[in-house]
Design a protein around this ligand. Structure first.
Ligand code: UD1
Length: 435
């Protein structure tokens, strides 16, 4: 069995500049939203990722013509085509659920199955379905296939029990095609939602309050495709800043959006890093000792993001003192902790809380990524560790990072992606566990 692995030789301070890629979590709903707009849409700054290719496959199956050239994605929507998303495409990624709202908006019918991406624990879609029901959609479920039908989509007042990012996005996309006004209360405020509304408004929609807790959408406007640049990826930006914080040295990010990173940059400063901002550039310098952080709790935006929890945990492994991390958004987001322990970290996990006691240094080890950000956290730890780390499970990283090894290399980290032939013993150890 040939597999690709990432070899990282760490332990040296970083020095380098990187350009932040476009945001995966924005590009995927944006691509789905193109279904609602007639004519041609051209997205620029789209990262080249396996999840983006999966979204492109779904659009083509739904009757659009989607072409990817480098970081540009062109989508031509004739307004005609199917309404069924095949099970294999639904399973390819969690974000396939982002097609529910736009397919209902454009076809008034959608046939789909449960989305994939279960590695963070159970990820129900009940709130997506409830919201669509409130907009007049009837849903029948037969042998795991959901048939969703709307004679007509109606605007509604929808209060979310939790501020879910995906549900807020799905409602916005269905609401622009619905009759009348939709009001979402307790909406998620993540910047990716503002980006989605920015695109739809540029196409002719009337969405007010995106990025705030109450969003108001006047439906029924005619939408025409346009050119739109995807926002910078705040989680990728934090990955490279965390590598600088963990290994020490000086890192500069170009094309970042510092406003989106306020809670994260504050934590890096508390940990002993010096952070500077100049327009869309972020500079990080860490020459002194890392300090522990008494308590970090993941929260919806503008709080500390759950997607950065794994990355900051890798930084805190060598910080002086004990840090407490509480994960409040997902049930199973500590899988990277046991791999960090293989690298010499001192971590105790109890339910949703991890206590990280700083050690003098980490050592290189053979580790395996169990999810996207957990895998990135192992790479951050590897940049700081003495000796060589080998990371398996790169398909997780490929879902979210464009040219990960090259980007690490640009920061002065000795990182290379190579083919690896596993022995029988290694194959059984590396076999993915069912979740
Ligand atoms: C998005 C991001 C993901 C990020 C997360 C939280 C994308 C593609 N992914 O995921 O990287 O970690 O926001 O910032 O944008 N929930 C339900 N029922 C539902 C939907 C969600 O119970 O129908 C729960 C989830 O299990 C979770 C919480 O709501 O506990 C928040 O999840 P949500 O904001 O929906 O995350 P995603 O949109 O899936």
């Amino acid at each position: 069995m040939a597999e690709e692995i990432l070899r990282i030789r760490g332990g040296l301070p970083l020095r380098g500049e990187v350009t932040v890629q476009g945001a995966k979590n924005s590009a995927l709903p944006l691509m789905a939203a193109a279904l609602l707009c007639s004519g041609e849409t051209c997205f620029t700054n789209v990262p080249q990722l396996t999840d983006v290719y999966a979204a492109s496959r779904i659009l083509n199956r739904l009757g659009c013509r989607c072409h990817i050239t480098g970081n540009t994605v062109r989508i031509v929507n004739s307004g005609e085509g199917g309404c069924e998303i095949p099970d294999a495409d639904m399973r390819a990624m969690r974000s396939s659920i982002m097609f529910l709202g736009p397919v209902l908006g454009s076809r008034k019918e959608c046939i789909l199955t449960m989305p994939g991406g279960c590695e963070l624990g159970p990820r129900p879609i009940d709130l997506h379905l409830d919201a669509m029901r409130q907009m007049g959609v009837r849903i029948r479920s037969l042998d795991g296939v959901m048939h969703c039908k709307a004679g007509k989509l109606c605007g509604a007042h929808i209060h979310l029990p939790i501020p879910s990012v995906g549900v807020t996005e799905n409602i916005i996309m269905a609401a622009v095609a619905a009759e009348g006004e939709t009001v979402i209360t307790n909406a998620a405020c993540e910047p990716e939602i503002t980006d989605l509304a920015g695109y739809l408004n540029a196409c002719g929609a009337a969405i007010c309050g995106a990025g705030e807790q109450t969003v108001v959408i006047q439906g029924g406007k005619k939408l025409t495709g346009t050119e739109y640049r995807v926002m910078p990826d705040r989680i990728a930006a934090m990955t490279y800043l965390c590598a600088g914080a963990a290994a020490g040295g000086a890192v500069c990010l170009r094309d970042a959006e510092p406003k989106h990173l306020e809670s994260c940059l504050a934590v890096l400063e508390q940990a002993g890093c010096t952070v500077g901002i100049c327009g869309n550039r972020i500079f990080l310098d860490r020459s002194g000792t890392l300090r522990s952080i008494r308590y970090i709790k993941t929260m919806p935006y503008p709080g500390f993001p759950t997607d950065v929890q794994a990355l900051i945990s890798a930084v805190l492994c060598t910080a002086r003192g004990t840090s407490l991390l509480e994960e409040t958004i997902f049930e199973n987001r500590f899988k990277h902790m046991s791999e960090l322990m293989r690298m010499g970290a001192d971590i105790r996990v109890s339910g949703r809380i991890a206590a990280i006691s700083g050690v003098k240094s980490l050592n290189g080890a053979d580790v395996s990524a169990a999810d996207l950000r957990g895998g990135a956290a192992l790479a951050v730890a590897a940049a700081a560790a003495e000796g060589e780390t080998v990371i398996h499970g790169l398909h997780h990283l490929d879902r979210g990072y464009e040219n990960f090894a090259e980007t690490f290399h640009n920061l002065g980290i000795r990182a290379e992606r190579v083919s690896f032939f596993a022995s029988e013993h290694e194959k059984s150890r590396l076999k993915p566990k069912k979740c």
